[in-house]
Structures are given as C-alpha cells and as structure tokens.
Design a protein around this ligand. Sequence first.
Ligand code: MEV
Length: 332
Amino acid sequence: MTNHTLTVSAPGKLMLFGEHAVLYGKPCIVTAVDQRIRLKAKIINREIINISAPQVGIKKYTIKVSDLGKVEYPKGVKFLLKAVEIFFKKYKVGSGLDLETKSEFSSLFGFGSSSAVTVCAVKALSKLFDIEVDNKSLFDIAYQTVLSVQGVGSGFDLAAAIWGGTIFFENGGKKIEPINVNNLPIVVGYSGIKADTATLVKRVAGLHKKEREKADKIFNSIEKIVKQAKLALEDTNYFKLGELMDQNHTLLQKLAVSIPRLDSMAVSAKEAGAFGAKLSGAGGGDCMIALTPDKSVRKVKKAIKNAGGVVLNVKFNAEGVKITYDKSKNES
Ligand code: MEV
C-alpha cells in the first residue's frame, strides 16, 4: 500500500446557461473544458500530509494527520485538506499522504480549480484506500467539502469535473443529465478581472430579499431559456442558441452581476459576427463566451481583444475525472 502512487486529473468548466438562477432551484447547463487540474497522491509511512501546490503559491505545506479538522487550513489548500478530512472521517480511514497539484489553467479564469481539485482528491483517496465510490457518492462528498469551505454553491462545477461533457444540472445535484452535444463553436474571452463569486451571490441574494417578485421573475425567465437551450444544443440550432445567450446575458444584467468590460466584450463579439454572447459564471469579471460561426472566428477574437479581453483557447465537452497513472496497478 505504501508504494501506491496515483495521478488523477479533472477538467475545469464553463457555465453555458443559468448561472445564479441555479441557486434558486432552477436548472443550468455547464460544459467541461479541456484544461485540467492534476493531483499526484501517495500514501506515506509518517503521520503527516505534505502538500505542494505551486499554482496557488504553496511550495510545501505540512500538517499532522491528527490536526485535520482542528486547525485553520491555508487559503490555497483549503478544499484539498477539507476533502481529505471529510473522506477520512466518512470512511474511518487515515494515513500520511504526499499530495501534489498542478494546473493547466490559471485559477483567475473562473474555470473552477477548487472544485476540480476537490474531485481529484476524493477520487484519488477512494483508489488509494480501495473504497468503491461511485460518481454520485463522489459528488456528494465533494459537495459537502465545497459547502463546508465556502458556504454556498450549486455544485454544477463539481458535476462537470466528475462526469465531463455537457450537463443539464439542478442545484445540489438533484438532476445531473448529460446533454448530447456535437460541437460547440464557442470563443472564450477572459475579462482580465478576477470575479468574487461570494460577493456576487450575496448581491443577488440581496436583490431577491428586497425585490423578491422582480428576482423570481428573472429566475423564471432564465429557467425557460435553459430549457430551450437544452433542446437547441441537442438540435445543433446555433441561431436559436445565440439568441438565448443574448437573452440570458440581458437577464444577468438585470440581476446587476455584469460589468462594462463583459458587456462590451459581448457586444463587440456580436458585432463581429457571433450568433450570441453572454458572461459565463458569477459575473463581475472572469469570462464571457461567444457562440461563433467558423467564418467569423478570427473577427470575433479580434473584437474581444479590442474590447479589452484575452482570448482563451479552450475546447468543450472534455472528459470527466480520470486516473491517468497508477503505479501499484502497473506493477501487479
Ligand atoms: C458561479 O460560477 C455560478 C453561480 O451560479 C454559483 C453556483 O452555481 O455555484 C453564481
């Protein structure tokens, strides 16, 4: 057991439709992106956990196994350690570990690095301790981890990291349905501004408290858009999808979560020939997406850059969590 070394990887995500409303019982659509987080994990003989996570500025952090759940974890590795703590407690196991994370994308983009790391951790531990954990249980443990670290979240990003592909999702994993998507000709623009999801979620909650009727009306309209978008995705109806993206963006503006940079990136993309464009995620920064016909891709990319954005080269519908290396398995 002590020589068992594993590498697990999970994809990041982009929200296609339904952000914020998903926290109020409405569905959303998320796709997994081909940029992944990797976790190398190994059981060691000492009762300590060593973590190296250079992408979040942690070269080496060590904690005693017996201190899990008793001390404040450093910011960059909170999700990882919380996942270990919850897993050890749930399955009544424990051991020293070497954990090393690497990311193919910056945590600034809003691709869901914390969720992908959490999913990798639970998957790796289930293999290392030889415990059968199906995808739904993996989701539940990862969701418990995310809620206990950040208090809020629908878990849509965890579903993308676990199942991959493109998913029709309901809050807390009440519904997790794969959508059959052929191709998603989407250009992604990063606004250059880091969004603070918790602040934006609070802002929407404030609106929902103060002007409940108005907020509920917006959430209901988003729900209709999400349901139509599912059909349009299955039918590869890009004209319809583009229209729905524009409508979804307008509703997010009404929720006061967009910012001028995201608005102008979306407008510029449209003017350059995109079928439709919207912000993706919490708003306030991070990314926007523009559904773009092949013939307009170059123009749309240029327009996004001119509006102050950075074009990110990502592909969608990526594979969910997987074990990419397993030493003891290779040897047996
Ligand atoms: C953030 O990317 C999307 C939100 O809907 C939050 C969530 O669903 O966890 C704002």
